[in-house]
Design a protein around this ligand. Sequence first.
Ligand SMILES: [Zn+2]
Length: 418
Amino acid sequence: MSLNIHYPVPRNARLSQRFRANPQWYQPAFPGHEGVDWAISIGTPICAAADGEVFFINRNPNPKVSPYGIYVRVRHQHGQYETIYAHLSQVTVRENQTVQAGQVIALSGNTGRSTGPHLHFTIKKQGATARKETDYQKDVVDPHPYLDAAATGTPQPTPPAQTTLDVQVTAADGLNLRAAPVIGAVVTTLPCGTVVGSLEAADVTRRKLGQPNQWLWVRTSGGQVGHVAAWHVNVPGAPASTDAPAGEAYRVQVNSPDIPLKLRLGPGTGQPILEDLPHTTILECLESSAATLEKVGKYGDWLHVRTQDGLTGHVAAWYLCLSLDSLTETLDPSVSFGIGAREPEELRPADVDDLERIKGIGPKIAALLTAVGICTFKQIAALTPEQLKTVLAEGGLGGMHIDTWPEQAREMGGAAGD
Ligand SMILES: [Zn+2]
């Protein structure tokens, strides 16, 4: 167990149904109640139980459609844990929003299949069912040990007086020193090259260096204590860990309008998921520019990338296209075959609309949009003006009046969201 829980409800809330209670209502789906219920009045603020990302919100209160009514799912520690908050009256966060432990994410309610105002809370631990750590399906685990630990206030360990091994930040853009070993609250940002002392045993520290998903407990020369991503530190003087020479790294863009692209620990669909990357997310390639050009858009290839939050992993190259700023550097007929998510011969006529029919889009903008995989009215209709502005600004075309483009695209027959 390694998820520290912040109570999602006020600490004096009355527990109305424990985990595993009333098997007669839940079998055969579950051995009993698949979470914990607190009886609280409608409108009580509900807090995120740990740092994480909101990855799903259901806003339909109809019990026939959603037994959980209005509910929120939050992912923690790159998907190793998940918490669910159900029967809400209102949600106060957005999908994909990063939240911190204790942050209000919703107000409690009585929606869905519910017999009175209450909060239902479930914890899932990735792989727990397969590993037989739980007798519940769908990785549902008993939340009581987590809640008990929160209630007794598990203290933060006291850092030792001496550090063991010096390590150096290798991330070009600097590295966040975080309050906990998760992508959560930031204590300070350490510039590239900063040397900090490890508070963990030297051999443990050495094993973690450069490893994805590992965190190192450190102290700065100024005495600040926190956790850094071990995959962005190395022993002082070691060569940088990325395989793309500094300054040569290409930037690529996620081209997956329908579902988010998965950032995975390794190359392959069987690899653990680290994060969901929404359509148009910009990523830095950690492979050589030649390898990047070779792989982008190619079915079956995987690319080693870094997110703007500094998380590294692998993504399916066929859901990527080159980012516009890469494009401006390489807009040359001899390399244009490598640009764009799909090669022209793969495009069926239905996949391409005449974007120049939208007022304000000329041949240059149409070419840039097509090059990053935005080829249809439907795709433009699905973007917000802010997203479009970001795409264009990255191509050096800032300050355009684009607010009506999505609306025009819808009128051209590109109904979004079907
Ligand atoms: Zn319940």
